[in-house]
Design a protein around this ligand. Structure first.
Ligand code: PEP
Ligand code: MG
Length: 577
């Protein structure tokens, strides 16, 4: 038995047998064609383009993907149709007398290299899309249409060196439930598709090819990112039971739909949900949540090369507002920069992107982009209860600048008699320590606050949220972080403005009792954690409030850890994976 940790791409447990999949390397013809062969090579290129486009269309029709996720695949169609790429390939065939395969391979290799040298995750994501299209095109040119030549049985776990989005959707179509991949990251398009399609997967597994042989029995534990190779009987039995218990637990939790999220001692805790793509509405409509506490709009950019225009954004925001009505939809303006998706051509690579032109700073520095988004949100506000939230606010002045921008847009809409909600609430994310420290002043200007613990932790402890090397410094329950949360709670209470926590801490079972004990009354959680969060809320009681009332900035970390791991454990223990 061997245990290896990787990066979990989605929760869940799957047990099955390994099957290594080596994707066929399409043949690239070298040498020169003859002048008279040019038309034949160009028509070969054109028919391959049509074949790939046909494949993509078919995939989109049959994959059952939600629209936003399907965009990842339809973005590949855009790459295929890119006239500049076509011209480059055709010119190489005509002028350099290259075979179509070589012309395609060189053209895409240059584009991919360009993205990869930028060393920014967003560009790496784009590179993967181009690599996928190149592979499809080269396969079509070599007469290989389906990259998955081998039949995978539903009890098998395919193992890849690298995976591309089209392959993830193909796996789901074939009824595969889990996969492993040696490379990859949580935020790649393939990983997002993996979650959207409900596959269990682990990426970033060192020496995967050596550690796992064909037919090895594998346990993929998506809760912890643990891969167990050839488990002993005891471990296998444990995981079989755990998978079964998880199935039961999910069924049971669904029954909580009709109960309220009230603590055992009668305190109402509003439970909202976070969404990344509008199609998650389908999932959250079954949750009976209090509204959407965070819609991360930057994901609208996913799978495309430009930002959506006002009409497109308006359509998305309006649909959310209408479907959630009368519940609130908190639309966070683009949080671009940092590790987030960056619109090509707008941003120059920065030395320290997390401390750079990110979030509201980016929006204010690109008024055209911000204007388009704010107008779209304001127009949508006429169709439901929409709230606007600004990311990466540092202080009151920062917030006022953003607020004025919105007010100018409101004036303009009024002049053109375009409807919007004049009472629309404007709020700030509290995710930079300065915003928490200045929260009393800030609360006078804001209609609401939402604490983004993901960034608040990284900025408070100077520990990059995505860097494994400093993961041990990224301590979400650090007293310094709790102190900032407490400070924000006091400020929000003083000025009677709603305050929620929308960072991952709110979805983490271990931290929910702690946050409630500190005084948080609104949580915005990931849809997958919703029912578990509700069950924990219902368990919280007077004893919990007593146990947490003493926490302050000078509480030692070890004491906080003892509190979470021992004293508060009964509140979350059976929810923990
Ligand atoms: C946060 O920082 O906690 C947050 C919710 O925003 P994001 O994770 O999108 O940066
Ligand atoms: Mg954030």
């Amino acid at each position: 038995m061997q245990k290896i940790y990787g990066t979990s791409l989605n929760t869940g447990i799957f047990i099955g047998n390994a099957l290594h999949i080596a994707l066929p390397e399409p043949a690239i013809e070298t040498g020169n064609i003859r002048q008279e062969e040019i038309p034949k090579e160009i028509s070969r290129l054109q028919s391959s383009l049509s074949i790939v486009e046909e494949d993509i269309n078919l995939e989109l029709k049959t994959s059952n993907l939600q629209a936003q996720d399907a965009e990842i695949i339809s973005a590949q169609r855009e790459i295929l149709r890119d006239p500049e790429i076509y011209n480059q390939i055709e010119t190489a065939i005509r002028n350099k007398l290259q075979y179509a395969t070589q012309a395609v391979s060189e053209c895409f290799a240059n584009i991919i290299k360009h993205f990869e040298t930028m060393k920014i995750e967003t560009f790496a994501v784009r590179a993967a899309d181009y690599r996928d299209v190149a592979m499809r095109l080269l396969n079509a040119l070599s007469g290989v249409r389906n990259t998955l030549k081998i039949k995978i049985e539903p009890n098998q776990i395919p193992v890849f060196i690298e995976i591309v989005p089209s392959l993830v959707s193909k796996l789901a179509q074939e009824g595969i439930k889990a996969y492993l991949v040696a490379k990859g990251s949580y935020n790649s398009h393939s990983s997002i598709l993996c979650r959207a399609l409900g596959l269990v997967a682990i990426a970033n597994i060192p020496d995967l090819n050596v550690a796992v042989k064909n037919n090895d029995l594998l346990i993929v534990d998506g809760y912890t990112g643990l891969l167990i190779v050839n488990p002993d009987d005891q471990t296998l039995e444990y995981y079989r039971k755990k998978a079964e218990a998880e199935r039961h637990r999910q069924e049971k939790l669904k029954q909580l739909k009709i109960t309220d999220s009230i603590t055992a001692n009668g305190i109402n805790i509003e439970l909202f949900t976070n969404i990344g793509v509008p199609e998650e509405l389908e999932v959250i409509k079954n949750l009976s949540c209090a509204g959407i506490g965070l819609f991360r709009t930057e994901f609208l950019y996913l799978g495309r090369q430009n930002l959506p225009d006002e009409e497109e954004q308006f359509a998305v925001y309006k649909e959310l507002a209408e479907k959630m009505k009368p519940l609130p939809v908190t639309i966070r303006t683009f949080d671009l920069g940092g590790d987030k998706l960056s619109p090509l051509g707008y941003e120059t690579p920065e030395e320290n992107p997390y401390l750079g032109n990110r979030g509201i700073r980016f929006s204010l520095s690109q008024p055209d982009i911000f204007y388009t988004q704010v107008r779209a949100i304001l127009r949508a506000s006429a169709f439901g209860k929409v709230q606007i939230m600004f990311p990466m606010i540092i202080d009151t002045q920062d917030f006022i600048e953003a607020k004025k921008f919105v007010q100018n847009c409101q004036r303009e809409l009024s002049q053109h008699s375009i409807s919007f909600d004049p009472e629309i609430a404007l709020g700030a994310m509290i995710e930079i320590p300065s915003a928490a420290l200045c929260s009393e002043e800030l609360a006078k200007e804001c209609d609401f606050f939402s604490i983004g613990t993901n960034d608040l932790v990284q900025y408070t402890l100077a520990a990059d949220r995505n860097n494994e090397m400093v993961a041990k410094y990224y301590i979400q329950h650090h007293p310094a972080v709790l102190c900032l949360i407490k400070k924000t709670i006091i400020s929000a209470e003083k000025y009677h403005i709603p305050l929620s926590v929308c960072g991952e801490m709110a979805s983490n079972y271990k931290y929910i009792p702690l946050l409630i004990g500190l005084g948080i009354r609104e949580l915005s959680v990931n849809p997958g954690s919703f029912f578990s969060a509700k069950a924990i809320v219902q368990k919280c009681d007077a004893k919990l409030f007593k146990a947490t009332e003493e926490i302050n900035c000078s509480t030692p970390l070890s004491e906080v850890e003892n509190l979470i791991n021992n004293i508060l454990a009964p509140y979350y223990q059976d929810k923990e994976e």
